[in-house]
Design a protein around this ligand. Sequence first.
Ligand code: IMP
Ligand code: MG
Length: 175
Amino acid sequence: MSAGQVLISRDEIRARTLALAQEVTLALPPGPVHAVVILKSAIFFGVDLIRALGREASLGFLFASSYGDSAESAGAVALSADALGRVTGQNVLLIDDILDTGNTLAAAAETLRALRPASLRTCVLLDKPSRRQVPFEADHVGFPIEDVFVVGYGMDFGGRFRTLPDIRVYRQEKK
Ligand code: IMP
Ligand code: MG
C-alpha cells in the first residue's frame, strides 16, 4: 500500500493558502476572528491558513469522526465540541480540509450556528463537488478536485500518510 502521484504540490498548497488567507481576511468583518479547525485532518491546513490571516485569532477545535471504512463516508458524523472555545457573539471561521459529501461541514456549521456566532464563514482547502450528498457550499475553496481519494498534508487513509508534505492521489497497490 502506498500513496500515489502528486496531485497538488507543497509549493502550490503554500501559494494557494496565502491567497486564500487574503481572500478570507477581506471577507471577514473587522476585528478578531475565532478560528475553528475540524480535527484531525484539517490541522495542517488550519495552522497554515490561520497564521497567514492578517487578524488576531482565537482557536477552537471540533473533532469529527465518521463511521464506516476510511475511504467512504457513511454519512453519520460524530462531532465532539469539548475544545470549541467561545463561539457566541464571535466572528467565526470554520476550517476543514475537504468538502466531500458535505455531511461533516453541514453538521459542524449547524453546531456552531446553534451557539449564535456574530458571523460564520467556512473555508476548505479542497472541494469535491461531484460527491455532494447534502447541499452545502463553502464560502472559500482552495482547489476544486475530481472524485479521487487523496492523502497527505493532514489527510489520511486509515491513519496513514497524514505527514506527507504534498497532496497525493491514494492508490492501493495490486498484490
Ligand atoms: P464529508 O463529511 O463527506 O464532506 O467528508 C469530509 C471529511 O472526510 C473530510 O474532512 C476528510 O477528513 C474526509 N475525506 C473526504 N475525502 C477525503 C479524501 O479524499 N482523503 C482523505 N480524507 C477525505
Ligand atoms: Mg477532515
